[in-house]
Design a protein around this ligand. Structure first.
Ligand SMILES: [Zn+2]
Length: 294
């Protein structure tokens, strides 16, 4: 696995993608009100209408910190539950860490964009005795206070995507850090709060060379979700999602940001282009190719 380094402002930063496997979601749910005849041209599905989605995390080494963004679904729920999610692919959190030769104990910070199972499930694992423990024993775990409140008393929509065992061991260990406003995690990495998909989704903005890489989480789950109206039926407040996406994409296009997709199996990163018909993707590429597009 290649490494990436920047010396801007004397800051050295290395980025690694951490693939944790894939799951499937109904395409109609993923693209909300958009008709299938339109979305299927932009994102493939199987004959049961399922779209295959990655759970692609991002690992950042910078200035003595080792920061992981999201953790994938993990491995501690029942086989029946995982079969409902149609888990597939050869990647796992552990194998991806081994591939980049980083130990789980080296991670200093885990940023959880939000606490839906496909984002935070890997934060807690069972040890040999079946006891739940933090996967990253030396890390602080970051989430938004409003997301935590939502998790503790979930609404009727989100009750089925939050699991007690995914987060309570972290809370009980005293390593949960909650933010209630946009926060600088460390020089070069800002955590910003969005509320359309779920209350208190944390989106990391990472300054890298002459771009800003944005880990788009469920703000823009796949590249096909760029148009304003392409909002997932899972979003709890779709009007807010559209407003947040419009403002974000305008800022991102004006400042040549690079988007990093968590859930797009086919596109890892893209740059943006402002056109008369809205903001579109300009170039799609893998993280390891990013220096060719800066
Ligand atoms: Zn989500």
């Amino acid at each position: 696995m290649q490494k990436y380094t920047t010396f801007a402002n004397k800051r050295i930063m290395q980025l690694y993608k951490i693939e944790t496997g894939n799951f499937m979601a109904d395409g109609g749910a993923l693209f909300g009100v958009v008709p299938k005849v339109i979305w299927e041209k932009r994102y493939p599905c199987n004959d049961q209408n399922y779209c295959n989605l990655s759970m692609r995390c991002l690992l950042i080494k910078t200035e003595g910190r080792v920061i992981l963004i999201d953790t994938g679904v993990g491995n501690k729920q029942s086989e029946q539950f995982f079969s409902y999610q149609h888990l597939n692919g050869d990647d796992s959190l552990h194998q991806s860490f081994a591939n980049v030769e980083v130990g789980l104990h080296e991670v200093t910070d885990v940023v959880l964009t939000h606490l839906h199972f496909d984002h935070c499930g890997g934060a807690v694992e069972k040890d040999e005795k079946g006891v739940l423990k933090a996967t990253f024993p030396n890390a602080k775990y970051w989430a938004a206070q409003s997301q935590w409140d939502n998790y503790l008393s979930s609404n009727v929509r989100e009750g089925s995507v939050y699991f007690k065992e995914n987060m309570m061991p972290i809370f009980e260990s005293g390593n949960l850090e909650l933010i209630d406003e946009n926060t600088e995690l460390c020089p070069g990495i800002e955590l910003r709060i969005f509320n359309g998909h779920t209350k208190g989704q944390v989106i990391p903005f990472i300054k890298y060379k002459n771009t800003t890489i944005v880990y788009t989480g469920d703000l823009i789950p796949v590249m096909a979700s760029l148009p304003t109206a392409w909002v997932s039926a899972y979003d709890t407040d779709p009007i807010t999602s559209m407003e947040e996406k419009t403002a974000f994409l305008s800022e991102a296009a004006d400042n040549n940001y690079t988007l990093f997709f968590e859930h797009d199996l086919y596109n890892e990163c893209c740059t943006l282009l402002k056109t008369e018909r809205g903001i579109k993707s300009k170039e799609s590429f893998k993280l390891e190719e990013i220096d060719n597009y800066l």
